[in-house]
Design a protein around this ligand. Structure first.
Ligand code: SF4
Length: 676
């Protein structure tokens, strides 16, 4: 084999999951026909969501569907837990047509092949969950022989074939939608609770479809854990390539993302990271809110790429494969299918094993009153005359040319532009930020911590050598490239290639963006890097504004967004995590009201994960990651979980939150909220 062939093989069989890591290039897929709204190939990335009304409530479902369509949904999914609901999809569809709405409907199926087979004759698409289509959960670990495993696959084929044949006959599309939380015992026994298990779960069903020449299929790999979710989608693309299966369109989603700011940030971290690499043909954002609030979020995420230039100015990757050196747009020095944090040495409290730090931008704000720091989590208490901070207390403020007018609290440190820092009387408790020129000049440096602002093109041989030898340095990495996440990722690749272990803070600045887009875009850009293990801190710069009051107000949301991104990427837990389902026709209690109540009582329990699930059918599986669970088991009846174990089987809803808190107290995890 020639050198070129070997090299091509390394690239082809390596970690390829997208067309390019340095140019925006949407993954080419086959077209899937869903009613008269096709998906994939050259069609726009579609928006979809799911109703929350009881499917047997025809008019309620129709009216909610219409509200969803008006808010931007191009497909609407409706749960069909049994044949009764599947049958009623026909009435819903007919009433929608009477009212002039031709939106394709998708039947959501769990456990009930007979409901799927009926729905496939009535609506444009069915979604099946490969974890429970042919399997009931028994939480057993089974040691399969090859023959035993094949017998299982044959059993699945027998159960699944009728649906495939109906879909073929009626031109119905299908989503094979894996959920991390509901993998079958068979998959868990063989592959564990892993992205590979998620991918195999779908492929077992997909191979049957291909054998039958049925290709009208969309795939999804949803999880509440954004790292797992991103890894599973990437691995799916790689496996489809490797096995010579067709390039099926991808439905992107983060399950149980939650509500409000947290839900939006978490969705953007998971979905946005994949969209950046050109993956994804339809998006569903799952929020614990009315479904008409989901489509605008999905649309904002998608629209960011409608004018993204295919060609970019990012330098192709430089990789050395033993004797071979290649410059190409795909290869990377990291494993994109498994989370590893980039290895860095510790500088002050950056890098090493430290959590990523939050730096608040006060470059336009004069820090003259104690109140000025309240919005970034630092509170001055006049009576005891001391400072305190909450869980979202920023670690540093960047004051640029405006040194703070008073001594900052212990937990907050100040970064100044190097020229201003040099003039300070107290140079020990403040830290300088250098540009390259000042850094390379023989100027005074701090004894323990200095910051250097760089972008990819700054990395000359001379600078690389200086950075490598300076153990008091933290980099602040930035880019002006519109394709910002890949541009910064490329910089991190270069740091790895050059064996630079200096910690690096991600800096992003957005001008003229509505607050909602700022949240989504910063979560995509920073979250995508954090998911790949890059970033030892975040600095979100405020837009240029003239009024101090406006800037202070913004600093609150920017600080909260920065902490939210770190939490959503699972790199720093600073809040209670709520894994709450978006609700659907199966929901047994008012999810929004209950989530708000649980949040109010428990939001001071930093790092504790609480699952709030509307039904017992999917709930326990979907909240597999949670420390405690609140799950609907009947009308106003709640089961309470500690991890995966039921602690109370049926508590009346009126008292269930109190009982949940009692369980948390029994574990010694509870403490009373601070009064600040
Ligand atoms: S967990 Fe929530 S969204 Fe999932 S099926 Fe149950 S009620 Fe519906």
């Amino acid at each position: 084999m020639s050198t070129t062939q070997t090299l091509n093989n390394l690239i082809e069989n390596g970690n390829r999951y997208a067309n390019s890591l340095t140019e925006y290039s949407r993954r080419k897929t086959i077209t899937v026909n869903v009613g008269d709204v096709p998906m994939g190939s050259h069609y726009p990335i579609r928006v979809q969501s799911m109703t929350t009304i009881d499917t047997l409530d025809t008019i309620g479902s129709v009216e909610q569907t219409i509200r969803m369509v008006e808010s931007g949904c191009e497909y609407v999914r409706i749960t069909a837990p049994s044949v009764k609901e599947a049958q009623n999809l026909d009435n819903i569809r007919k009433e929608l047509r009477v009212r002039g709405y031709s939106v394709p409907l998708v039947a959501d199926i769990h456990f009930t092949p007979n409901a799927a087979e009926l729905a496939a004759r009535l609506v444009e698409k069915v979604r099946i969950n490969p974890g429970n289509y042919a399997d009931k959960k028994r939480f057993e670990t089974i040691d399969y022989t090859e023959i035993g495993y094949q017998v299982e696959l044959d059993r699945i084929r027998d159960k699944f074939l009728p649906l495939v044949n109906i879909c073929k006959e009626y031109g119905t599309a299908m989503r094979i939608g894996t959920n991390h939380g509901s993998l079958s015992d068979r998959i868990l026994s063989r592959y564990g609770d892993t992205p590979l298990g998620m991918v195999e779960s779908a492929l077992e069903f997909l191979r049957i479809c291909e054998d039958e020449n049925y290709f009208n299929i969309v795939l999804s790999m949803k999880a509440s854990n954004t790292q797992v979710m991103v890894e599973a989608y990437r691995l799916l693309c790689k496996k489809l390539n490797e096995e010579g299966l067709k390039a099926y369109p991808l439905h992107l989603g983060v399950t149980e993302a939650g509500e409000g700011e947290d839900g939006r940030i978490k969705s953007a971290v998971g979905i946005g990271t994949l969209l950046e690499d050109g993956l994804g043909d339809t998006v569903r954002v799952s929020l614990t809110e009315d479904p008409e609030f989901e489509a605008p979020v999905a649309k904002a995420l998608i629209d960011r790429y409608s004018n993204r230039k295919e060609k970019s100015t990012i330098i192709p990757n430089f990789i050395q494969h033993s004797q071979l050196i290649t410059h190409n747009s795909f290869d990377s020095p990291i494993n994109p299918f498994q989370y590893f944090r980039r290895s860095t040495h510790e500088v002050a409290n950056f890098g090493g094993h430290n959590v990523p730090r939050v730096i608040a931008d006060y470059s336009q704000i004069e820090v003259s009153e104690h109140e000025d720091l309240k919005t970034i989590g630092h509170f001055y208490l006049p009576l005891p005359d001391k400072w305190t901070m909450n869980d979202l207390g920023a670690d540093y403020i960047y004051t640029a040319k405006n040194p703070a007018k008073y001594m900052l609290p212990m937990g907050l440190k100040e970064i100044l532009d190097a020229s201003v820092w040099a003039e300070q009387s107290d140079k020990v408790n403040k830290f300088p930020l250098f540009n390259i020129e000042a850094y390379q000049a023989n100027t005074e440096k701090h004894e323990t911590l200095n910051f250097l602002s760089i972008s990819l093109t700054d990395l000359t041989e001379e600078l690389i050598q200086t950075i490598k030898t300076d153990k008091r340095l933290v980099l602040v990495v930035e880019t002006s490239n519109e394709h910002a996440m890949p541009a910064l990722r490329r910089l991190f690749f270069e740091l790895i290639n050059q064996e630079i272990t200096t910690p690096a803070v991600i800096l992003r600045k957005y001008e003229n963006l509505p607050e909602s887009d700022f949240q989504l875009f910063s979560a995509t850009d920073c979250g995508g890097l954090l998911i790949d293990g890059f970033g030892d801190g975040i600095l979100l710069k405020l837009p240029d504004l003239s009024e101090k009051a406006e800037l202070i107000a913004k600093s609150k949301s920017y600080n909260s967004t920065a902490f939210g991104i770190l939490q959503a990427a699972r790199t720093r837990m600073s809040k209670t995590e709520y894994i709450s389902c978006p609700s659907c026709g199966r929901t047994l209690f008012d999810l929004q009201e209950t989530t708000a109540l649980i949040r109010k009582r428990t939001e001071h329990l930093k790092g504790v994960k609480i699952g709030i699930m509307g039904c017992i059918v999917n709930g326990p599986g979907e909240m597999a990651d949670a420390d405690y669970g609140y799950v609907g088991v009947g009308k106003d009846k709640i089961a309470l979980y500690r991890g995966q174990n039921v602690v109370k089987k049926s508590v009346h809803a009126d008292n269930a939150v109190n009982e949940l808190i009692e369980i948390i107290k029994e574990d010694g995890v509870w403490f009373e909220p601070a009064n600040i």
